[in-house]
Design a protein around this ligand. Structure first.
Ligand code: NAP
Ligand code: GDD
Length: 329
């Protein structure tokens, strides 16, 4: 039985990846940070399942605390490490740039070093997945592929780029099996509520249920290549099963504007979005990323990965889930 360690296990991707690895027979260990409120909603169905008691195990740790990362590495001795933990909100990274750099960039270095020391001590191989982001391409012209030059536009993107190069450097300097995923935006009903897609579908559910009237948004012209998170965690796993470590763009190859997402989501409940959406400058960014559109040729040809959920299916899935929440709440 393979053992995996996931940082960011309580996040959107951590929850889908845990389900995927458990379905493949893995023993899954996750790092959770202490909070004054419960932050395990997305994984409670796994953590509280008696049948998974021995196969889904949580450990306290923090990307800011190298000692906790080293301790968990020694305790778990994983075959695969998936580094998903991050202060992952681009807008927030302008308000908390140093914290973002510490968790996203230096935190990744702390974890890479913990893994390197573990390998040196035990002589066993450990494969490492680094959650890179299409934000690293930033202002680069679309479509973006593995060959595109990075041009990050936020403290988050700069920090992810530093993490990316730490990962590449550990691969080259120490011969570690490290793969970087350059993942374009991926969403789901479990998406954090302040990212634009979920913010829209939550509001659509509440407006349709008569519980809200207005939705304030920022830039509607930005274009993103949106896929389904459940599909993207499969690409992460495939990267660590390959013969050689490498870096891969993961995307659908299709982009849409925020306005198109809004239109489709409101259309789904037969409402006119123009009557409900207002503009609020607070949701704009000091430097915006205008257009992300990935070229997934390499991941398709080398790893056999392709997205299963289309853009309209994704919008529908998220609106229906949030309609259900609004009706219940
Ligand atoms: P998410 O929902 O925001 O989850 C982030 C996870 O990181 C949460 O489990 C969070 O824990 C944890 N975390 C934050 N700070 C931490 C710290 N100091 N120590 C330990 N854990 C910490 O993000 P996601 O959408 O699942 O994305 C997963 C990863 O992929 C992130 O690195 C993100 O930057 C990257 N990424 C995401 C996308 C996307 O479109 N979703 C695209 C490209 C790359 P709490 O639950 O306690 O907050
Ligand atoms: N969050 C948010 N809130 N974004 C808005 C809003 C709003 O009210 N109004 C317009 N937008 C625009 C943003 O300006 C941006 O251009 C776009 O919607 C998408 O914003 P987010 O959903 O916050 O995602 P992101 O693209 O900035 O970042 C996400 O994707 C990255 C991969 O490209 C995050 O998941 C990152 O962690 C990830 O790396």
């Amino acid at each position: 039985m393979k053992r995996a360690l996931i940082t960011g296990v309580t996040g959107q991707d951590g929850s889908y990846l845990s389900e995927l690895l458990l379905s493949k027979g893995y023993e899954v260990h996750g790092i959770v940070r202490r909070a004054s409120t419960f932050n395990r909603d997305r994984i409670d169905h796994l953590a509280l399942d008696p049948a998974l008691h021995d196969r889904f195990v949580l450990h306290y740790g923090d990307m800011a605390d190298g000692s906790s990362l080293r301790r968990v590495m020694e305790t778990v001795a994983p075959d695969e490490v998936y580094n998903l933990a991050a202060q992952s909100h681009v807008r927030v990274s302008f308000d908390q740039p140093e914290y973002t750099a510490d968790i996203v960039a230096t935190g990744t270095l702390r974890l890479l070093e913990a893994v390197r020391e573990h390998i040196q001590r035990g002589g066993r191989q450990v494969r490492f997945y680094q959650a890179g982001s299409s934000e690293m391409f930033g202002a680069a012209n679309p479509p973006q592929s593995e060959a595109t030059l990075f041009h990050p536009r936020s403290p988050y993107a700069v920090s992810k780029l530093a993490a990316h190069w730490h990962a590449v450097n550990h691969r080259e300097a120490y011969g570690m099996f490290v793969a970087n995923g350059l993942l374009f935006n991926h969403e789901s009903p479990r998406r954090g509520e302040s990212f634009v897609t979920r913010k829209i579908t939550l509001a659509v559910g509440r407006i349709a249920a008569g519980k809200q009237q207005q939705l304030a948004l920022g830039n509607l012209d930005a274009r993103r290549d949106w896929g389904f998170a459940g599909d993207y965690v499969d690409a992460m796993w495939r990267m660590l099963q390959a013969d050689q470590p490498d870096d891969y763009v993961v995307a659908t190859g299709e982009s849409h504007s925020v306005r198109e997402f809004v239109e489709l989501a409101f259309d789904h409940v037969k409402l006119d979005w123009r009557k409900h959406v207002t503009f609020d400058e607070r949701y704009t960014r000091p430097s915006e990323v205008d257009h992300l559109l990935g070229d997934p040729t390499k991941v398709r040809t080398k790893l056999g990965w392709a997205p299963k959920v289309s853009f309209p299916q994704l919008v529908q899935m998220m609106v229906e889930a949030d309609l259900e929440i609004a009706r219940r709440g």
